[in-house]
Write a protein that binds this ligand. Sequence first.
Ligand SMILES: Nc1ncnc2c1ncn2[C@@H]1O[C@H](COP(=O)(O)OP(=O)(O)O)[C@@H](O)[C@H]1O
Ligand SMILES: O=C(CO)[C@@H](O)[C@H](O)COP(=O)(O)O
Length: 498
Amino acid sequence: MIHIGIDSGTQSTKAVALDLERGQVVASARAPHALIPGLPPGHMEQHPRNWTIALDATLAELAARLGPARRRRVRSIGVSGQQHGFVPLDEEGRVIRPAKLWCDTSTTAECALLTKKLGGEKAVLRKTGVPFLPGYTAPKILWLKRREPANYRRLRHVLLPHDYLNFHLTGTYFMEPGDASGTALMDIRRRAWSREALQAIDKNLENFLPPLSPSDVPAGTLLPAHARRLGFPENVTVSAGGGDNMMGAVGTGNVSPGVVTASLGTSGTIFAHAGRPVVDPRGEIAAFCSSDGGWLPLLCTMNVTTVTEQIRALFKQDVRALDRAAAGAPAGSAGLLMLPYLAGERTPNLPHATGVLYGLSLATLNPAYLARAAMEGVTLNLNHGLRRLMALGIRPREIRLTGGGAKSGFWRQLMADIFDVPVVAMKEDEGAALGAALQSAWCVSRQQGAKETSLAELTGRCVKLDERTRAEPDRKNTALYQELQARHDALSQTLWPR
Ligand SMILES: Nc1ncnc2c1ncn2[C@@H]1O[C@H](COP(=O)(O)OP(=O)(O)O)[C@@H](O)[C@H]1O
Ligand SMILES: O=C(CO)[C@@H](O)[C@H](O)COP(=O)(O)O
């Protein structure tokens, strides 16, 4: 059977077709989608129509690549999507306005209001497990109510990006706990909506949210119009899907405690599967649920490949040239330190911070040192959060890498040196898309009951490490980077005390 996985990321939509019997991805496709340009600072939005256009295009390309015989063997589709985006729909399921995204920082006032209503930061963590941060969905809904009342009056359905794509494919309003835990509207310990968080926004909000279904329950069946257009059989199951990090966990075999994954997409995330909720008393590590019945403590930084892309654009380099340039500067960039908060930052919670280049000199103001300082800066920023994950009891023996940035060999070595943990990329680098395909295969097998296959068995069969990419910490550099980490953290704390 063929199982299809879609990952609707911030910059593009990726699709893979998994042949389960062979345990292999046999076709893939990709289509870009862009942010809405020209919005005021802090406002990051996309029109959900562009996601559905990209989804339809990647599915059509995948269908063409599969050919008629394999198209007839398509059994299920799973959808993964960028987390936290707010898709507001009216009574007829029409999009009311563009979606505010995970990287939108325009809702700090709404976060403060919601935190106060629930009784302060400690009370919020006690009641829901997840603080109100601008990236999350809850303050975006309150923002709409306060700033665009006419649009809010039309609101009848709240969906997340991947839920909206499920709606496009099946016509059903559906939500599952993994992605929903990123709304900050759930009590993540109970895997249920938090009435108090909902009512802090609107006493009717519960009516606008679908009930939460377990992640192994299908969202629905592919609509006949899509199936006909693509040449797929009738009754293709569309699984619950999940947030891209939840699906990235599945696609990197992170479905039981002990494995740690880092994703280097537009955002940077590091997460570990847990059999119980992991709530950070400081609120830095997000206490999310996974999309397979467990929990997924997660660190997210907003500035990863956006920063390296800016440097690339500045010097008109392709990704290889960027690596070559960075390799031309020594470890530590001779004291040139970058705080990479170009888009504000989520961890640490500094939505209005800006980036800093410290230590410019005649030796360091050139493309090589800037490239290396950028890669080091975003990785030190991630490492700050990795230390916090470790303080909460996560012990990484190795870190599995996924997302675009994981393709760079130079960056992989830098990560091993800064994290002081071996890192390894996956044979299939679209981890979230593969995870979505695997979740859909799992969902089908659960529907079949007697022939049920566990998710661990499925990932064991289909998720493979690419041992050629393994990087071990280089002892020459680890001590230097520990020192640099202390300087990075101190500079950040001095400029933005917290
Ligand atoms: N070889 C490479 N070296 C460094 N960065 C890369 C490489 N290939 C891709 N990338 C980065 O990965 C980014 C896309 O990552 P991806 O995980 O697809 O993002 P998203 O899911 O957020 O859309 C690109 O913008 C690019 O910066
Ligand atoms: O906000 C988060 C995690 O909490 C981000 O990880 C988004 O889920 C976007 O992911 P990418 O597009 O960078 O993959």
